[in-house]
Design a binder for this molecule. Structure first.
Ligand SMILES: [Fe+2]
Length: 407
């Protein structure tokens, strides 16, 4: 049996007494009732983009990540492209609505925020978790007051019918899905008709050929972590909610005082490598915007949330440790990708001595998501270096859409 409370704690961010008490209780109860056992790692990420943009995003992901195009699920109102590395890391379900005037709950979430509304269909919807018994997990979670879309609603939303999906979180606005599959079986999504779209295949091949030509193929590894930004006051409840819905544990939180922000990390309880089930990170301002006229502190995190809404900010991918042409691999990868016209928000930060080196790309024109690359040196086990995070947070704050004080 799992003991989700038994992991060592990292970080220096002070949590409230409420959080510490309920963290222990939530994890102990989850272990006791069997949910920790029934729920596995992350099986898939769901991302939606504007009509006509998914092919370019496939090409971008083929260049900037190890993902391959597998198949397109053609359903009533969407094309959903399944991108996969292999069965040892999560799929990406890349969804594009066919009709720009289409509106649903996910679009409504974007429409509420000034910058989010500029790309009304583009957002990270959430992730699908493995469940050894999906119906049992959902019944237990419903008993615990978590809400799920009914089958009729899933059909209306035009989403896979073999995935149970929670309602969007009031704290992160992400959904959590559960799906089953046979042990050692492949993932199958019950959704529309499976087709190989020639244009999607061509976009994929264009990206991958470029990846090969510029000599970075094989250097970029699967997703390391997913970072969600939430309102200051929702930091602790967002963590507790995710821990109640998943089989993750609380790794710890670091105060990034310089940027009036904190980074809060949860990881898979099974000790699987992040490549198999990425860490989930939640970032929040230390102080809310409504008192910031007093101290006038930097607030890149809360500004992002106010402009886009709470949502996924970046996906981080590992870069294989090593050197190429006299450079650390991460510097080589960034140099080669930047030469193809992709922007980065800053130079790589960190060093071999600090254990890791990181960088943020510019937000994708297609999904608004940032890609982080992270190279860990000599098997460095730590999650991050504080100075790196401060610099990355600062650079992300300069990104258009965060800086813009849209009304
Ligand atoms: Fe990150």
């Amino acid at each position: 049996m799992f003991d989700s409370n038994s992991f060592p704690r990292f970080g220096d961010k002070q949590n409230s007494e409420f959080f510490e008490t309920y963290l222990h209780r939530v994890l102990a109860e989850r272990d006791r009732c069997g949910l920790t056992e029934l729920i596995g790692g992350i099986e898939a990420l769901m991302i939606s983009v504007e009509p006509g943009k998914s092919l370019e995003y496939i090409a971008e992901l083929a260049l900037m990540t190890p993902y391959h195009y597998l198949v397109t699920l053609d359903s009533a109102r969407h094309y959903t492209h399944v991108l996969r590395i292999d069965m040892n890391s999560p799929d990406i379900l890349l969804r594009e609505v066919k009709d720009a005037s289409y509106s649903d709950i996910f679009r409504n979430l974007n429409d509420m925020y000034p910058v989010g509304a500029r790309r009304p269909h583009s957002r990270y919807l959430g992730e699908i978790l493995y469940a050894s018994n999906r119906h049992e997990v959902v019944a237990m979670q419903q008993d615990r007051e978590f809400r799920f879309f009914g089958l009729g609603q899933l059909a209306d939303l035009d989403l896979p019918l073999n995935v149970s999906l929670s309602k969007p979180s009031p704290y992160t606005q992400n959904v959590v899905g559960y799906m089953e599959r046979p042990e050692d079986g492949i993932r199958v999504y019950q959704h529309g008709e499976s087709i190989i779209l020639n244009e999607a295949q061509a976009a994929y091949e264009r990206g991958k050929e470029m990846q090969d030509q510029i000599g970075i193929k094989g250097m970029i590894m699967p997703i390391d972590h997913l970072a969600t930004r939430v309102y200051s006051q929702n930091r602790e409840v967002a963590l507790l909610e995710y821990l109640a819905l998943s089989s993750y544990y609380y790794w710890g939180s670091y105060d990034i005082r310089d940027q009036n922000s904190s980074t809060n990390v949860t990881k898979n309880v099974r000790g699987q490598p992040e490549t198999k089930s990425p860490a989930k990170v939640f970032t929040a301002n230390n102080l809310p915007y409504c008192v910031n006229h007093l101290d006038k502190l930097p607030s890149p995190t809360e500004s992002f949330v106010r402009n886009y809404g709470p949502r996924l900010h970046h996906m981080a991918l590992s870069v294989a440790d090593g050197q190429t042409q006299g450079m650390e691999n991460i510097d080589f990868v960034v140099q080669q990708i930047a030469a193809q016209g992709k922007g980065f928000l800053l130079d790589t930060v960190g060093s071999r001595e600090e254990g890791l080196k990181q960088i943020f790309s510019s937000a994708s024109d297609f999904s608004s998501l940032i890609i982080e690359y992270v190279q860990r040196f000599d098997g460095f086990q730590g999650f991050f270096a504080r100075d790196n995070v401060a610099q990355l947070t600062y650079a992300a704050g300069l990104e258009e859409g965060v800086r813009a004080s849209a009304n």
